[in-house]
Design a protein around this ligand. Sequence first.
Ligand code: CA
Length: 420
Amino acid sequence: MKRSVGLILSLLLCVSAQAQDFDGYIVKLKEGKKLNTKAFTSSEEINTSFGQFVQLKGTQKSIELLKNNDAVEYVEPNYIVTIDDSLERAEKLVSDPKFSQQWGLKNTGKNSGGWWSPGKKGEDINAENAWKVSKGSKDVIVAVIDTGIDWRHADLKKNLWVNEEELNGEEGVDDDGNGVVDDLYGADFANNDGDPMDGHGHGTHCSGVIGASHDSVGIAGVMANVKLMGIKFLTDSGSGSTANAIKSVNYAIKMGAHVMSNSWGGGGKSEALKEAIVAANDQGIAFVAAAGNSRSDNDAKDTYPANYKVDNVISVGAMDGTGKKASFSNYGKKTVHVFAPGVNILSTVKAGGYKKMSGTSMACPHVSGIVGLLISNNKNLNPSDIKDRLMGTAIMSRSLNSYTVSGRTDAYRALTNRRN
Ligand code: CA
């Protein structure tokens, strides 16, 4: 299908006034075609399993001329995206963390409220019952596409994905030929290297929610056993470009991830990113995405990547400790598939620490972990089955009824396919 490049160009030219919203352009090349990039101030090829792209910058005139270029399928802005947390709600470092503080896993009614009001017992993902069915598996890889991962963290070390070929290879050499040098625990597309060490803390927080190891130290992840792949594309300030998100998805596909956890969003609709997500879907990989923190209705206004209409995309809203929609959370009776805990969530952060954070960013990895449990328990589930299972077994409540397709996600019910 030939897209109208002219239409896309006029769209991007009219948004070019808001320079902070994007950084250069993404060009999709027609199959087998090359682009002469001399006319541009910078360019970089992105070779993926789902097509050839060029990330470039140039004068308005040089971009406009792409319209008549035979090699070009389409051109779109390289949107800037950001983490989906709500920073004003982040709390101080917690020095003595315990499972008893993790209301998202087990809400006692006393560990989930604020100073102003109590929480509500049982408004959680029902983790303890789920763990009687599955505690995860070392065969399941969850890629956390975010600000990176503190791979030195004592609570995460045992559950890291490790690239064995690089581990047993030579330093400074791309031993496995995947295009990234020394990518031991994932990759860093924000700085173009093989070290996804987290300079922000957000990616490490999401990683801990999914898979902090179950032992006598710190917190417990939704999955006791998992391989966490750290893919960094958001910088230490928490923002990144769509082109680097595409590189991240491509890497996760190539390196065999089963689930992608995406606690970020923003920018306009990107055809290239959608193609990356479709390629992941074709490989049977679930794409879990935060619904966003703008208090807005995703049915009325699209939020990306949560609103891409691909079978593997699972959009997650955030609820508080009383089971109500978090004030900041986006919602959507048709577009937000499930809700999960996302207020005052205790998890791992950079430099070996722990912190409570709030956002749909925190709700998203709860669901990524549940999807990991489902795959651990049954390898034959495809992304559509998984989404159907999550939504079919979620618990609807009066307080969430107008905000989501299905309700609060429940790990135990999802694992046992309990639908009544
Ligand atoms: Ca490599």
